[in-house]
Design a protein around this ligand. Sequence first.
Ligand code: ADP
Ligand code: MG
Length: 151
Amino acid sequence: MIHKTFTTYTPFETAEIGRMLALSFKRGAGGKTSAAVVCLYGDLGAGKTTFTQGFAKGLGIKDRLLSPTFIIVRRYTTKRNSLLYHIDLYRLSSVDDINALGFSEMVTDPEAFIIIEWAERLGRLLPANRTDIRFSTLPDDSHRIQIDGAL
Ligand code: ADP
Ligand code: MG
C-alpha cells in the first residue's frame, strides 16, 4: 500500500512523480491476475495528463503522449512489450461507451497498465484493485498530488 502526498511547482516535477510511480510497479513477475489500474481525479488543468506523460516515460514509451480527449483511449507499447492504455473520460457520454472500448478485456491483461483521467466516471466499473491519484491546484499555483494505492 502507498499513501503519499506531493506538492509540485513545475509540470516537470509532476511528470517526474508519474515516472517514479511507473517504475515502482513490478510487472511480469508472475502472480498478477489483472492489469495495473491507475485512476486520476481532479479538475481540468490540475495535472493529470502531465503526470501521465511522466508515467509513460517511466515505462520506456518514447512516443509523444497526446491527450486522448476526442478518441477516449490511446494505446502504447512499453519497452517490455506490455501495453499502456491511456483513457480520458472527460467526453464520455455513457458508461456503455466504456464497454464498447473493451475495457473489461483491458483489465484482464495482467501485463497491461491502464491510466484513466476522470476515472470517477467509471462508476461501478471502477476496479477495486487500483491506485487512486487526486490532483488539485493550490492558491499559490502549486499542484498537489495525493496517491493512495494498491501497487
Ligand atoms: P489535466 O490533464 O488535469 O487537465 P494537464 O496536465 O493537461 O491537466 O495541464 C496542467 C497544466 O498546468 C499545464 O498547462 C501545465 O503546464 C500547468 N502546470 C503548471 N504547474 C504545474 C505543476 N506543478 N504540475 C502540473 N502542471 C502544471
Ligand atoms: Mg488531461
